[in-house]
Design a protein. Structure first.
Length: 554
């Protein structure tokens, strides 16, 4: 059987045999000795978007690196560039994604079944029992976002980052010994998720038997990783903030931002005379500011800084603007049983992605389906783990379900009824027909209620609609006021409402419900004080979208 030469070894061998002439235009060889070149992208949170501007300048200068090494936010930009996206395309992706929404801290939020209620305390069932959830970024949304935008690169790599149009190394930190781990294989989105796991902002990422955190903790400017991979010359884009004495340390946001900068701050990398350092002056920006204005300014700043640095670099090649290679996608894709022992979950993913049978590769369609899967409250993590050779790619998903049981308590207030105490429970998988069931009890001086909802999620990928049933029982003391504005004795109203119908998850987080409803209520006649029972039958159409902070947007 013929022996396969690793791509990395072949790339390095070509560099040695040709003296690097394959990598730089002839015009550049007289100015500077040619050599295989790596682009090193540092971490820095949102400030890493300046790397996009640097990529613009490099393309315009005719420079295409032979290797990209990224740490933290640099791994996100680097993975997109290595996947064949142009700087303009990465710019568009950065402006399209809801970065400001998902990369901000949210208070604990309950499942969508509880509606817009925000719990003060939330318990989630885990391997060690129930744990209290704290405020955090929306990590499920971030995992889904990475899976979608890096899908093309994941399919091209098929587990080997040297198969990408530009070879890639993704740097993360092994929490066991704070060692540097340069990922060169595996699921691309999962490796990047490990590299951006900023402490206290993200939970660490488990891969195999190890747990990883942000690459900036061990190698925020991973020049040595690039050199070990065979690079003789490096171009560094550094967005690490320099120390400053002009800080408002009374602001908690400034202090949190400063802590992140300290985590990323390390001794300067040792560069040779032929290397290039592009250090964007990003002191005016915050590490977690993904607002549209900040994105615009950072990309423009990176481009200006890179243009100035390249103009003074003696090793700059004299070539035309480069167009990144797109790479050749496999022709067909199918899902097979992978590391996940939950075969029912793998079947759900297969159906959700429309891959119950081998199908042609459609990156845009598959990406949209992957994003919709992330919107549903089924899995905490979905990593595709593509493998294979030739024209076929096999997806061997690693899946982590959301906690099965959730409980929460909270307080809410409105101007009419005042303060309310509520408690909610959820079981995502009752043994009866795989039903998700939730209940919310609300207590108030004037109105108390019990709402019970059941829906089936096992039809995921089989039908666009999910059966749903809901019962809502309310006990309300109807407040009354006389013509003089004085409050009269309240009258009690008992209400029972039942709904049954179908529900469909739409794009952008919208949920459409088509329901048949029956409502009956019992109240006291205000004239003769008799108890009256009335009822009505009708229908209801609900279109709902909940923000990450559980604000009802529609």
């Amino acid at each position: 059987m013929p022996h396969r030469i690793p791509t990395r070894a072949l790339w390095f061998a070509v560099a040695l045999l040709t003296g690097g002439s394959a990598f730089l235009p002839v015009a550049a060889q007289g100015r500077c000795a040619p050599a295989p070149t790596a682009l090193v992208l540092s971490g820095g949170g949102a400030k890493g978007l300046a790397h996009v501007g640097v990529l613009r300048a490099l393309e315009r200068a005719g420079i295409r690196p032979d290797l990209i090494v990224g740490s933290s936010m640099g791994s996100v930009v680097g993975a997109l560039a290595a996947s064949g996206y142009s700087a303009a395309s990465i710019d568009s992706i950065a402006r399209t994604l809801p970065l400001a929404e998902v990369f901000r801290t949210h208070e604990p939020r309950g499942p969508a079944a509880w509606g817009s209620r925000l719990p003060l305390l939330l318990w989630e069932e885990g391997e060690q029992g129930f744990a209290i959830q704290g405020a955090s970024v929306e990590q499920r949304a971030i995992g889904g976002m990475l899976g979608e935008v890096l899908l093309r690169g994941n399919l091209l790599a098929r587990g080997d980052f040297d198969r990408l149009p530009i070879p890639l190394r993704v740097v993360a930190t092994n929490l066991a010994d704070r060692g540097i781990t340069p990922f060169a294989s595996g699921d691309l989105a999962r490796a990047v998720r490990a590299s951006i796991a900023i402490p206290l902002v993200f939970t660490p990422q488990r891969i195999g038997d190890s747990v990883y955190a942000d690459g900036g903790l061990s190698a925020n400017i991973p020049v040595e990783v690039a050199r070990r991979a065979g690079a003789r010359r490096v171009i560094v884009s550094d967005v690490t903030e320099l120390p400053s004495d002009t800080l408002n340390l009374e602001s908690p946001f400034v202090v949190a931002d400063r802590l992140l900068n300290w985590l990323f701050r390390q001794p300067d990398a040792e560069l040779d005379a032929t290397d290039l350092m592009i250090r964007s002056p990003i002191g005016a920006f915050r590490a977690l500011d993904f607002s549209p204005g900040a994105i615009d300014a950072l990309i423009a700043l990176g481009e200006r800084t890179a243009d100035s640095a390249l103009a003074a670099w003696r090793c700059r090649p004299e070539g035309a603007a480069t167009t990144p290679p797109l790479g050749r996608l496999p022709a067909v894709v199918r899902v097979v049983d992978g590391p996940s022992a939950d075969r029912a979950a793998v079947l759900q993913v297969r159906r959700a992605l429309g891959l119950e049978r081998t199908a042609p590769v459609d990156v845009a369609l598959l990406g949209r389906r992957l994003a919709r899967l992330a919107d549903r409250e089924l899995f905490k993590e979905v990593w595709l783990n593509p493998t294979g050779r030739g024209d076929t790619v096999l997806l061997q998903p690693t899946l982590t379900r959301l906690p099965r049981r959730v409980g929460g308590i909270g307080l809410s207030y409105d101007a009419e009824l005042g303060g309310r105490l509520w408690a909610g429970v959820l079981d995502r998988h009752l043994p009866l027909l795989g039903t998700e069931a939730s209940g919310v009890l609300t207590l108030n001086r004037f109105a108390s209620s019990l709402e019970v909802t059941a829906r089936r999620e096992t039809r995921l990928g089989q039908s666009p609609f999910t059966p749903i049933a809901r019962i809502d029982l309310r006990d309300t003391d109807m407040r009354r006021f006389g013509l003089d504005g004085l409050e009269l004795p309240a009258t009690q109203v008992l209400t029972a409402r039942s709904e049954v119908g179908l529900e469909r998850q739409l794009a952008l987080g919208f949920r459409l419900s088509l329901l048949a409803a029956h409502e009956s209520w019992r109240e006291r006649d205000l004239v003769d004080e008799r108890r009256l029972t009335r009822s009505t039958v009708g229908g209801a159409i609900h279109l709902q979208r909940l923000g990450l902070d559980r604000e009802e947007l529609a």
